[in-house]
Design a binder for this molecule. Structure first.
Ligand SMILES: Cc1cc2nc3c(=O)[nH]c(=O)nc-3n(C[C@H](O)[C@H](O)[C@H](O)COP(=O)(O)OP(=O)(O)OC[C@H]3O[C@@H](n4cnc5c(N)ncnc54)[C@H](O)[C@@H]3O)c2cc1C
Length: 301
């Protein structure tokens, strides 16, 4: 690793952090130490980084805002790639070209304030544009699949390719990127519509109020833990099973929203892991339903 880090530095790929606590980079505020985090400056530098990683068979993970991941407490013996420098924003009439590292929440608010409609659902989703396309993040019967017309990505052969909406295979909380983990989204084109600014702002304010009332935003979490089964919200199943307030170590099933696990008191990765499994087992036992996780385990293998 030391040799590779020297080369990343030599090629001026971008900022490098060594032995950095991962808890600073995810919304649960958990995890071990990352051996190396790199912030590539642009496409060319990202390609150089990926070439080095592939030639040397190094483990890597692209990380957005870390709002949908559960890191283990083990050291991450590889390279975390952060696309924070991929933050361009170009607006042409109703078409937005935006970098994968851009904050989705910020983008959604900026567009809503300009009277451009389509992203109102995203004003409460604390992810990056890239991570939100990977997840097909959504709320209020809308999601990224409705507005993303195409993305620019780096494919496994390190070519820059354009993938169009139909190829991105958007479905409930999944996309082509989730089934093709060796593609990295670097930029996206979103198509919005002109809307009534005042009405849109009212919708956003109303949803903000609702989120504050129904979600435990005062604690670290990563949003919904489980995908909703077809006929019933996962939160309802968990609440009906009497699991609200269940704690393991410093992790708790939120009393406000049963599909959220909160880090209420210095939870470890293992506390969260054990609570996820406890909920799964209880729901299976009580209802026969097998809950599927929305959040992704990273570095547990
Ligand atoms: C309080 C709270 C509320 C939330 N509410 C919602 C909600 O209403 N709806 C919803 O859908 N989600 C919600 N979430 C979950 C989360 O915000 C979304 O899933 C978000 O889209 C994840 O984006 P991220 O950048 O944080 O991804 P990360 O957690 O950083 O990464 C998730 C996955 O995406 C991959 N990835 C990240 N960037 C790229 C890229 N550029 N190219 C390829 N792969 C990439 C990562 O490798 C990882 O596998 C909520 C989370 C919190 C904490």
């Amino acid at each position: 690793m030391e040799e590779i880090i020297k080369l990343i530095d030599k090629y001026k790929v971008g900022k490098i952090l060594i032995d950095e606590p991962l808890k600073k980079y995810n919304t649960y505020k958990i995890g071990g130490i990352a051996k190396c985090i790199v912030f590539p400056k642009n496409e060319e530098k990202l390609k150089i980084l990926l070439k080095l990683i592939k030639e040397n068979n190094i483990k890597y993970k692209v990380l957005g805002k870390g709002s949908n991941v559960i890191f283990s407490s083990k050291p991450f013996e590889g390279i975390i790639i952060k696309l924070d420098e991929f933050d361009k924003l170009i607006l042409e009439d109703t078409v937005v070209t935006v970098g994968a590292g851009y904050s989705l929440m910020k983008l959604a608010l900026e567009m809503t304030k300009k009277g451009l409609s389509g992203l109102e659902f995203a004003t409460g989703i604390p992810g990056s544009v890239g991570g939100s396309i990977y997840m097909n993040a959504g709320a209020y019967n809308s999601d990224m699949g409705y507005i993303v017309s195409e993305i620019k990505a780096i494919d496994p052969n390190l070519n820059i390719v354009t993938l169009y909406n139909a190829e991105l295979d958007f479905h409930y909380r999944t996309s082509f990127l989730q089934t093709h983990k060796d593609y990295i989204c670097i930029e996206a084109k979103l198509v919005l519509k002109h809307g009534d600014k005042k009405e849109m702002m009212e919708i956003v304010e109303d949803r903000k109020r609702r989120r504050l009332m129904t979600q435990p935003l005062e604690y670290p979490s990563a949003g919904s833990v489980f995908r909703n089964p077809t006929n019933i919200p996962a939160g309802k199943l968990i609440e009906d099973a009497g699991l609200k307030g269940k704690t393991i170590g410093g992790a708790m099933v939120s009393k406000k929203h049963a599909n959220f696990i909160i880090n209420y008191d210095k939870a470890t990765s293992e506390d969260i892991y054990n609570l996820v499994n406890y909920i799964k087992d209880e729901i299976k036992k009580q209802t026969g339903v097998e809950l599927k996780q929305e959040q992704e385990y990273v570095n547990w293998e």
